[in-house]
Design a protein around this ligand. Structure first.
Ligand code: NAD
Length: 501
């Protein structure tokens, strides 16, 4: 396989400095500490960000609590909240170039992809603006002449949001506009590797008219600041997106005040390909699902569950297409696959490739890092002759590594596809509607794609089954997630006395 690898050169960009964004203004960390971020593709410093302490987190929670309790946001009509969200969408589009560049410099993802994600994020703000106006409850007018029942929704309160490094701005914007639409206030802690765009959103929201204290963002180490937020008695809810391991610890840490917890976690997602599928389209989808975001994607199609009779044919097509990818410098507009986010992740992916070799799977593509003069890049890698007992078929690798698992018949396809602890997403490739629907019903996953993969938009909800999480983001569900439901019985007329007169 000879994918087109383009080496990087040091980009001519100035290092940008970011503070914390608390109570409507930029500020420094309490102890003045900063974190330097080097571009994972170019290995030069690109941002310097204030590193929050627990005291800063307490200040952010206090600002969000005051902003929630005095009703400066939650008491506004939905239409007024929608106006702010729409203006934020406009400003995101106006600053798209700046946001996309920061995203690429901190994550290593292709610049064309960053542009797509920023435009998508603006679209989510627009969709959520509609949800701010559509949010409503229910009524029961069937309780008899003397009773009316109301079900009203209220904002849940102050929400803590903890996000990962793979889609820093997009994942943020799958949550924050809905939280704001519901009338809540928020404290966000992005990954310390990729905080710039999350912090910048604070400035954008203030300019859009969001009152001070409603959106607060602080960068800092997860084990200190993230954990402190999970434990914080001042938060009513925590929305965590990241690994299953840290999600579990967040759930435990949040138990003190029994805050509501939303978890969007890892996946080991199957691409199920039946023999009757358009194999060229399926191979294209498998390649996209494997290498999108260099495989650092919670919904990556990292297991190819393929009908045995076409397995060799499909694998040959996949390998041929991998050889035609444009991999390398993410600042090149034509690049399709960029860098691996940091040294830890890079080592983990290479270790898992070694594990696959040791387990006896057969390597038919990739299997090593690219020899790059700067940055970290890994070759798209494919293992065949695998079985479901292998670590490469069970563990989330979070890199461009595909494990091929053949099947015979629909029932075996479903059994293999469901044979992990996860349940985030799955793709099905077939021309047979009957098979597609039966397979869709059989897969234990929150998101299914038929004859496509990693398609999406804010209309449909996202979230996982099993150890891929709890709760749902986006869609009408995405705003309801951040509300409490209150039932009210209203008695009319004279009370029938319980205590005898
Ligand atoms: P991670 O779990 O290491 O970190 C996620 C966030 O949690 C970061 O902000 C981190 O600083 C913080 N954190 C770390 N330790 C913490 C602690 N003890 N308490 C509270 N917060 C803590 O994940 P990552 O490496 O940043 O991202 C990769 C993982 O995220 C993968 O497993 C991927 O599948 C998952 N992910 C899931 C979704 C989804 O929607 N389901 C989306 C993207 C990523």
């Amino acid at each position: 396989m000879t994918a087109h690898f383009r080496d990087t050169t040091a980009p001519a960009v100035a290092v940008r400095r970011f503070g914390l964004y608390i109570d409507g203004a930029w500020c420094e960390a309490a102890d003045g500490a900063v974190t330097e971020r080097r571009s994972p593709a170019h290995d030069v410093p690109v941002t310097l960000t204030a590193r929050a302490t627990v005291a800063d987190a307490d200040r952010a929670v206090a600002a969000a609590r005051t902003a929630f309790d005095d009703g400066r946001w939650s008491d506004l009509p939905g239409a007024a909240r929608a106006a702010v969200l729409l203006e934020a969408a406009r400003l995101i589009r106006a600053r798209a170039g700046e946001l996309a560049l920061l995203e690429t410099l901190e994550t290593g993802k292709p610049i064309a992809q960053s542009h797509g994600e920023v435009a998508g994020a603006a679209g989510i703000f627009e969709y959520a603006a509609g949800q701010a106006r559509a949010l409503h409850g229910d009524s029961f007018n069937n309780l008899g002449a003397d009773m009316l029942g109301l079900v009203t929704r209220e904002p849940i309160g102050v929400v803590g949001v903890i996000t990962p490094w793979n889609f820093p701005f997009f994942i943020l914007c799958e949550r924050v506009p809905f939280i704001l639409a519901a009338g809540c206030t928020v404290v966000v802690k992005p990954s310390e590797l990729t905080s710039a765009t999350t912090l910048l959103l604070g400035e954008i929201l203030t300019e859009a008219g969001l009152p001070a204290g409603v959106y607060n963002a602080l960068s800092g180490p997860g084990s200190v600041v993230g954990r402190h937020l999970a434990e914080h008695p001042g938060l009513d809810m925590i929305s965590f997106t990241g690994s299953t391991e840290v999600g579990r610890s967040t759930l435990i840490a949040s138990a003190g005040n029994l805050k509501k917890v939303g978890l969007e976690l890892g996946g080991k997602n199957p691409q199920v390909v039946f023999a009757d599928a358009d194999l060229d389209a399926a191979a294209d989808g498998v390649v996209f699902g494997l290498v999108f975001n260099a495989g650092q994607c919670c919904v990556s199609g990292s297991r190819l569950v393929v009908e045995r009779s076409v397995a060799d044919d499909l694998c040959a097509r996949v390998v041929e297409k991998l050889g035609r990818l444009r991999i390398g410098d993410p600042l090149d507009e034509t690049t399709q696959v960029g860098a691996i986010v940091d040294e830890r992740q890079y080592r983990r992916i290479l270790d898992m490739i070694e594990t696959g070799r040791r387990e006896g799977a057969r390597l038919i593509a990739g299997g090593a890092a690219y020899e790059a003069s700067r940055g970290r890049f890994i070759q798209p890698t494919v293992f065949t002759d695998a079985d479901t007992s292998m670590a490469i078929a069970q563990e989330e690798i979070f890199g461009p590594v595909l494990t091929v698992l053949p099947f015979d018949g629909l029932q075996e396809a479903i059994r293999i596809a469901n044979d992990t602890c996860f349940g985030l997403a799955g793709s099905i490739w077939t021309r047979d509607l009957d098979k597609a629907v039966r397979c869709m019903r059989g897969l234990k996953a929150g998101r299914i794609w038929v004859n496509c993969t990693i398609a999406g938009g804010p209309e449909l909800p996202i979230g996982g089954f099993r150890q891929s999480g709890t709760g749902r983001e986006t869609g009408a569900y995405g705003v309801e997630e951040y509300t409490e439901i209150k039932s009210t019985h209203i008695a009319l007329g004279e009370r029938v006395r319980w205590v005898a007169p």
